[in-house]
Ligand binder design. Structure first.
Ligand code: GDP
Length: 403
């Protein structure tokens, strides 16, 4: 009996011990998930993936965070470091600049139809009465030629058509060509100034100004290609520090043709970037330094301060040889208002008219030259890398009215 009681006691103690172990074992098993719940909160996305594969490994979430964190952190420098090291884009040879406008003439099709062909059709009418001349005037105005130039053109055409008497389409085309060329002007110096007017061994300095969205940075990049195509070495200054993407955008353009881009911190001082770019250009013995500037048209005083400072600071090292104003041809009168404001702030020496491929308002070439008294030197005719053409009045007019 005693033995039986002893056996029972031993059995009870043994069961108790075993169940205690089980309970404490369960407790232990349930604990780790509680502990590992902490990193889950800090790094929720990676945990489920790794958790499935490495269940029960407490270190796994920690590694996961690092593994996820590292590539992220490494991504930014990779883009910057890999890009300059990528030699492929540097091999790109931009298309020759001569004849680009002729190559791209079809891009003017909207202006061709509404301005050039529209005028020719009207002039070909059997009777050129007042109403037709009014329509001719309207066509010119709609194409943004501007009021004064339109009146001049119509007056001269009227006179010459009267003298001519009967007229063939060819004669009319000839007249229109001459008169449009007179309006645009054939004797202006339209070459982008790349030679320095300062010390001979220093680079020419070009500032590119304009409102954001006009295509300023793109045009700066395309201009770098134009210059490289013409055999020049270029340093780019990414002084549009206020638009987040502008610096990278410009650097990419530069890399494609092997031009170094000097950049500063986001929202940094544009003048100091411009200064450094010129310094780099001098150190490298570059032919041209091309500076993209900030185009925030917040207030005229703000703009004046900003651009004025960039110019002043740059000129500590050498004169600015060209100030190119980038204007979006599709903005019409608004573009002219911008042109006026910029002209009051800096001495514009040339105009780059962008997006002429997207508008019927090719007449803006005439209006903006009148407004500023400086020539259109470049025209943008598309988003392609070599779709920026030196402006040639003859090729432009021929594209408008056919030759
Ligand atoms: P930014 O803010 O003035 O520097 O403007 P971007 O250089 O970033 O250009 C704004 C947009 O205009 C981009 O999508 C360009 O590709 C486009 N663009 C620039 N020039 C031309 C052009 O001549 N034709 C067309 N169709 N698009 C252009």
């Amino acid at each position: 009996m005693e033995i039986l009681i002893l056996v029972v006691v031993i059995a009870v103690v043994a069961i108790g011990a075993i169940s205690g172990l089980v309970i404490s074992g369960r407790k232990k098993k349930t604990l780790p998930p509680d502990e590992s719940a902490t990193p889950t909160i800090t790094a929720p996305p990676p945990e489920p993936h790794i958790g499935e594969e490495a269940e029960g490994t407490p270190e796994a979430p920690g590694r996961t965070i690092q593994e996820v964190g590292l590539p992220d952190a490494a991504e930014a420098p990779v883009v910057e470091e890999a890009a300059p090291a990528a030699p492929a884009p540097e091999i790109e040879t931009p298309e020759p600049t001569a004849g680009r406008l002729v190559r791209l003439r079809a891009r003017l099709s909207r202006s061709q139809n509404s301005l050039g062909k529209g005028l020719l059709t009207l002039l070909s009418r059997e009777r050129l009465d007042d109403e037709t001349w009014e329509e001719i005037e309207d066509t010119l105005l709609t194409a943004d030629v501007g009021v004064a130039p339109t009146q001049e053109l119509v007056e001269r055409l009227r006179e010459r058509v009267k003298v001519l008497g009967t007229r063939t389409t060819e004669e009319l085309r000839g007249l229109l060509r001459e008169e449009l060329l007179t309006l645009i002007g054939t004797d202006m110096d339209r070459a982008v100034r790349t030679e320095t007017s300062g010390a001979e061994d220093k680079p020419g300095i070009i500032m590119v100004v304009g409102v954001n969205g006009t295509g300023k940075t793109t045009t700066t990049g395309k201009l770098a290609r134009v210059l490289v195509a013409d055999g020049k070495s270029v340093v780019l200054g990414a002084a549009d520090t206020f638009r987040a993407a502008a610096t990278d955008q410009l650097q990419t353009w530069g890399q494609r043709v092997g031009a170094r881009t000097v950049r500063g911190p986001e929202n940094g001082d544009p003048a100091s970037v411009a200064f450094d770019a010129v310094k780099e250009g001098i150190a490298e013995g570059a032919d041209v330094v091309l500076i993209d500037t900030a185009g925030r048209l917040h207030t005229k005083t703000g703009l004046m301060d900003e651009l004025g400072k960039v110019k002043r600071v740059v000129e500590k090292q050498g004169p600015v040889d060209e100030v190119l104003l980038v204007l979006d041809a599709t903005t019409g009168q608004n573009g002219l208002v911008q042109a006026r404001v910029f002209a009051e702030v800096v001495d514009i020496t040339g105009i780059a008219l962008t997006k002429l491929d997207g508008t019927a308002k090719g007449g803006i070439v005439v209006a903006v030259q009148r407004e500023l008294g400086v020539p259109v030197k470049l025209v943008g005719l598309g988003e392609g890398a070599d779709d920026l053409a030196p402006f040639e009045p003859e090729a432009f007019v021929d594209a408008l009215i056919g030759d």
